[in-house]
Design a protein around this ligand. Structure first.
Ligand code: GDG
Length: 464
């Protein structure tokens, strides 16, 4: 029998809606939760995390939320306003996030709040320790919880602990700018198995171990640590590809595809959280460049860019929003005609059937982050193209590029080069397009999210 699994992530995979003082708790769809829900259900396990703010609820309503959360086998960690501001918005999203994405320039001039990061991590560890039963397997996720594995190891020395980093582990030269570099690596090394998205990120982590602790990993990527053996590994996350393929075939989605595709016009699509790592401004400039250098595309191609509002209480995110607003306005102002607008900008989250229809309607999908752990949008696009059509233009700096050589790989910093690749994608011969898409789909269907979670959990259980 599978051991019981305790999942630990900053957020719980639920959305709590508060209306007139009453709250409903729903499971979130998509993303990480789709891959982890199956092992969570199968093992009868628990999921520890923050359910989001519960302001505006009286005592009774809160108890009701707790009951609903318990039914879903989740264990809520409550964060107060200061913890949200310091642990989540400052250290996690304004310090660790930019550093892991090579953006030292985004660091605040002075950083404090590591004590709050530590104490919140300790609260997650306490909650896990409280619910732990011998034989359980614990799986901790991502950069907000780097200290949790070591804090758990102190509390439950014999526990089997896995850790997975969803975002890049940066080059040590960049990582070493953090004054807490030793304790963060020590935190992660509390685990038995540490997973990364790509070989490159694993390499960076090994180099950090070497330089901080004079430790060399074996050829199998095993490192002696505190009397234990810690295994490091590469586990590129996938998507629920069969589910995307199936949903892309529904009549609701197909009807929308017809609506979105204007006759005689080609469609470029971009879908991202509005984040400065996703490369949206340079992507817009590449489209502008395309229309300038290849004027034959004017009135014949348009970009639908969905940018999902994200972290809008962090300064850098407000700035990127203004920058994108201004660029869209400038480019549309310069090129639009009474019957055509080159950039169709949607600044909100779209429902999943719209997302699928956009994937299916796209002639060219533009996934051009400046740095990305993996990028699920690239894989979801391929999974949705049951028609084996469409071209993926993919940044070489996305983790997904290691696995998807059949995309057109671009350097997103090279705006002119990206514009030329978009032109190449738009003019690619049908047979070549289909061969490439078939190869992309084969990879994405085979290496799906279920295989990802199973391979990590199998290794964690086998290592017991
Ligand atoms: C982090 C790492 C890594 C987007 N817009 C809408 C929507 N989405 C969904 C997509 C996709 C997800 O959001 C975005 O995932 P990404 O992987 O692209 O990006 P991050 O949020 O930065 O994720 C990343 C990932 O963790 C997993 O390990 O790949 O590198 O940064 O699933 O479909 N969904 C809906 N409407 C939208 O408007 N319904």
């Amino acid at each position: 029998m599978d051991p019981r699994l305790i999942l630990v992530s900053n957020r719980l995979p639920v959305t709590v809606r508060v209306k007139d003082g009453r709250a409903t708790v729903r499971q979130s769809v998509g993303g990480l939760s789709s891959g982890l829900r199956a092992p969570h259900e199968r093992s009868g396990g628990l999921w520890v995390g923050w359910p989001g703010g519960l302001d505006g609820l009286d005592q009774d309503a809160r108890r009701d939320v707790d009951r609903q959360l318990e039914k879903l086998r989740t264990v809520p960690i409550q964060l107060d306003a200061l913890e949200v501001a310091v642990f989540y918005e400052r250290i996690s999203n304004a310090v660790l996030w930019p550093i892991c994405h090579d953006r030292i320039d985004r660091l605040p001039l002075r950083v404090d709040g590591w004590d709050v990061y530590e104490s919140v991590n300790a609260r997650y560890a306490d909650a896990v320790a409280e619910h732990y039963r011998p034989g359980d397997v614990i799986w901790v996720h991502d950069y907000q919880l780097l200290r949790v594995p070591a804090l758990l190891r102190q509390r439950i020395p014999e526990a089997r602990i896995g850790f997975f980093l969803h975002i890049p582990f940066p080059n040590p030269e960049i990582f070493f700018t953090l004054p807490t570099r030793h304790s963060l690596v020590e935190g992660v090394m509390g685990a038995d198995l540490v997973g990364f998205q790509t070989r490159r990120f694993l390499g960076h982590f090994r180099a950090a171990l070497r330089r901080l602790f004079s430790l060399e990993a074996s050829v199998e990527s095993v490192v002696p640590w505190g009397g234990r053996q810690v295994r490091l590994g590469v586990f590129p996350i996938g998507v629920d590809a069969a589910d995307f393929s199936r949903r892309a075939e529904t009549s609701a989605v197909k009807a929308k595809v017809v609506e979105y595709r204007a006759p005689g016009q080609r469609l470029l699509v971009g879908v991202d959280r509005l984040d400065y790592t996703k490369g949206i401004p340079r992507r817009l400039l590449a489209v502008e460049r395309l229309l300038t250098v290849h004027p034959e595309w004017r009135e014949r191609v348009r970009l639908i860019q969905v940018a999902v509002p994200s972290r809008d209480r962090v300064d850098a995110y407000r700035r990127i929003r203004r920058e994108v607003d201004a660029l869209v306005g400038r480019i549309n102002g310069a090129f639009a005609t009474p019957t055509w607008t080159p950039i169709h900008y949607i600044y909100r989250s779209v429902p999943s059937d719209v997302l699928l229809a956009l994937y299916r309607a796209a002639d060219v999908m533009l996934v051009t982050p400046l740095r990305d752990g993996m990028n699920l949008v690239a894989k979801e696009f391929a999974a949705s193209r049951v028609d084996e059509e469409g071209v993926l233009v993919l940044s070489e700096f996305a983790g997904a590029a290691e696995e998807l050589p059949d995309a057109l790989l671009v350097n997103p910093y090279d705006v002119d080069g990206t514009a030329e690749e978009i032109h190449r994608a738009l003019t690619m011969e049908g047979a070549v397009r289909q061969r490439r898409m078939r190869a992309l789909r084969a990879t994405v269907l085979e290496h799906d999210v279920h295989r990802w979670s199973t391979s990590i959990l199998d290794m964690l259980v086998a290592g017991a």
